[in-house]
Structures are given as structure tokens and as C-alpha cells.
Design a protein. Structure first.
Length: 114
């Protein structure tokens, strides 16, 4: 579950966690949105995903309010290395939880050949 990805989108669609704080700050600083988004871009995982060449396994719960699914997909699609993703349509932030562990390990074994 990638967290702190695509700040602009996340702060517009969820009122949970750090994104709620971003939205609350921006609501009081209406004319500083672009400045804030430029600053946050230095920490945005979507931007760093484009430089990540290591294999990555993503999971996403489509009902996740903490890591909205569109922000997870943004990181996945920008990942420069080999990447896989597991989608859980009826789950929130817990995604596949411990039930997904064997599949995650299998996917990583396939990528690493171990």
C-alpha cells in the first residue's frame, strides 16, 4: 500500500490521515495551493517511483480511504522496475492482509528467481 502518493489528488478525494491535514491547511491558504503542491512534490512517491528500478509488489484496496486507489495506481504505473499489483475490490487499507502473504512471496520469488 503506497502511502503519500499523488498529494493533489489524494487531498481532494479523502478526508483521512495526512491528506486531511493537507486539505485543511490548503483551505486556510487558498492562494498557496501551487506553492504547497510544488513543495510536496519533493516527497511524492509517484515521482520517486519513476526512478525505482527494483522489483515492486503493490496491493490496493479499492475502498481504502487512507491510500486512495487512484494514488496507488499512479505509483504502480510510474514504477520504472518490474512491478505487479493485486487489487482487492471490497477491502480498505488492510487490502489482502496476511491472506495475501503467500501470493506476495510467490510473486517476488518469480522476479528474484529465488
Amino acid at each position: 500500500m503506497p502511502f503519500l502518493r499523488h498529494y493533489r489528488r489524494a487531498s481532494q478525494i479523502t478526508d483521512a490521515g495526512a491528506y486531511a491535514e493537507t486539505a485543511r491547511w490548503l483551505s486556510g491558504h487558498r492562494f498557496r495551493i501551487e506553492e504547497a503542491m510544488e513543495t510536496l512534490s519533493y516527497f511524492d512517491g509517484v515521482d520517486s517511483a519513476a526512478r525505482a528500478s527494483a522489483p515492486a509488489w503493490f496491493s490496493v484496496g479499492l475502498m481504502d480511504r487512507i491510500c486512495p486507489s487512484s494514488t496507488v495506481f499512479a505509483a504502480y504505473h510510474h514504477s520504472a522496475g518490474p512491478a505487479g499489483i493485486e487489487v482487492f475490490p471490497y477491502n480498505g487499507h488492510e487490502g489482502g492482509a496476511e491472506y495475501d502473504l503467500p501470493r506476495k512471496l510467490g510473486a517476488l520469488r518469480g522476479v528474484f528467481g529465488a
